[in-house]
Design a protein around this ligand. Sequence first.
Ligand SMILES: [Zn+2]
Length: 377
Amino acid sequence: MNTTLKTYTIREIVDGFIYNELEGKGLFGLSGKLLIQPEYQRNYIYADGRRDAAVIESILKGYPLGLLYFNNVDATHFEVLDGQQRITSIGRFTTRKFACKDRNGREQVFTSLPADMQTKIMDSKLLVYHCEGEESEIKDWFKTINIAGVPLNGQELLNAIYSGPFVTAAKAEFSNSQNANIRTWGFYVKGTALRQDFLATALDWVSKGNVAGYMSAHRTDNNITEMKTYFDTVINWASGTFDDGEKEMCGLEWGRLYETYHGQSYDHYKISAAVQKLYADPYVKNRRGIFEYVLGGETDTKLLEIRIFDEVTKQAVYKQQNGLCPLCELDPKSKGKAYKLTDMDADHVTAWSKGGVTAIANCQMLCKSHNRAKGNA
Ligand SMILES: [Zn+2]
């Protein structure tokens, strides 16, 4: 990969700058010669009134903004390899998309700053490395850099590596913060469109966990029909099966749950009642497990992490039993055998799943082998 170092003024860089509000990205600079956000780039994530303002404050204080890297597509066309967030912040500021503090601490948009400050910004110099190399070389290199303190996350890297029509179409649907479906998706999937969390989840579900393989196989597809249909199917199944609104539903492995349970029919009314009852049960420690527990017919109590007996209760019951295991006592061969406390486990006399409570009156100490044999909580 060949590199050449060049200096540009901000005036040159932001000439012809356009910000696309809908897609949340900076488009062009250098009078149209510079593509600011090639498709393998992440979305613009600096628009938070903090990181974008910090870029402008750095310029006003005369601090260096760090190196920028452009890829030479041909003699007159470049695309930003590294520096997209900084360039977009500068472009958005000079086109009055956000305000910044002036010398007196007042919030000002670019055109209301004093003329000398406007000039200072426009005349500031940026150092740019122009890179030339094979696409694969450039992408490999891109994979190894961290952008301005915010490392690319796993999905952003995959988007870079498998860039093409499929990623472009997938981002238009799943990485678009204007998509009206995001509110519904947010009940089930954690994260944000801009950091690619919905796309990562959609890929994970449709590929059954083989995301890179799926992206590679579909790289040149012009549509995302299969992935979108599958994602919508999973979300619709989840929202049709459960009432939404419980925060523990967010981030569950809905793809796996769908695959395992979608063949069974469920009574939405009964399911909702069962979920509510478990939410109200103080012995259920793991609420995230409630949904799969109900789907599986309320048998696998391990999913719920039922509260166990505390040490004080265990010791008191151990004393009452004089170290004897009530089940050993039923067998003439083991009758009268006393155990150490550490060789016994607490057990619900009436199982939690049959309405037994986690209280001393429902506690018995069993030897380890009898407790294992008895099983479920
Ligand atoms: Zn025993």
